[in-house]
Design a binder for this molecule. Structure first.
Ligand code: AR6
Length: 171
């Protein structure tokens, strides 16, 4: 498994799957979630509604992940995960790590071999970027079966976050 951190926009990633930093409702929001839904078009929301109706009627729990199609995006799948919200007192690093491992498990389940992640919980949900970087890199490095995934990219929206992920990858 190759890992890298790049400065960029998740919605243009030419990988098998991109991960969405969603909320439990799966019905959209701001940040990267809003950008993904805007770029993917209405079929993404329709698929999310179907996931809610069938698999997760009371919402996707924190630390879980679920895949849908990707609408008009270059990626083939969107894997939706819900990060812990620091502002609500959700400060368990294991829950954040679970977002990354559950997303990779979901990638393996659908057959995605290249996956791009945002800095889950580092925006609206208020976690420090350096903490997210450390937890994310450790979780991805510890993922099994590692040989089921070829490439993981952390796609960061700011220079600061990019530097924090690059430092975590060097550690
Ligand atoms: N590509 C890559 N990263 C992006 C993009 C993009 N196009 N747009 C924003 N980011 P956030 P959270 C970065 O707030 O903290 C939503 O409303 C952003 O700069 O998107 O997990 C959901 O619906 C930040 O570094 O996710 C939830 O309600 C990172 O993505 C809530 O926000 C994550 O920030 C989830 O909050």
């Amino acid at each position: 498994m190759r890992l890298e951190a790049v400065r960029g926009d998740l919605t243009t990633e030419p990988v098998d799957a991109i991960v969405n930093a969603a909320n439990s409702s799966l019905l959209g929001g701001g940040g990267v979630d809003g950008a993904i839904h805007a770029a993917a078009g209405p079929t993404l929301l329709a698929e999310c509604r179907e996931v809610r109706r069938t698999a997760y009627p009371s919402g996707l729990p924190v630390g879980y992940a679920v895949a849908t199609g990707a609408g008009n995006l270059p990626a083939r799948w969107v894997i939706h995960t819900v990060g812990p919200n620091w502002h609500r007192g959700e400060r368990d690093e294991a829950a954040l790590a679970s977002c990354f491992t559950a997303s990779l498990a979901e990638a393996v389940r659908v057959g995605a071999r290249s996956v791009s992640f945002p800095a889950v919980s580092a925006g609206v949900y208020g976690w420090a970027g350096a903490t997210v970087a450390r937890v994310a890199v450790a979780a991805v490095r510890g993922f099994e079966p590692a040989d089921a995934i070829d490439q993981v990219r952390f796609v960061l929206f700011s220079d600061r976050l990019h530097d924090e992920f690059a430092a975590a990858l060097r550690a």
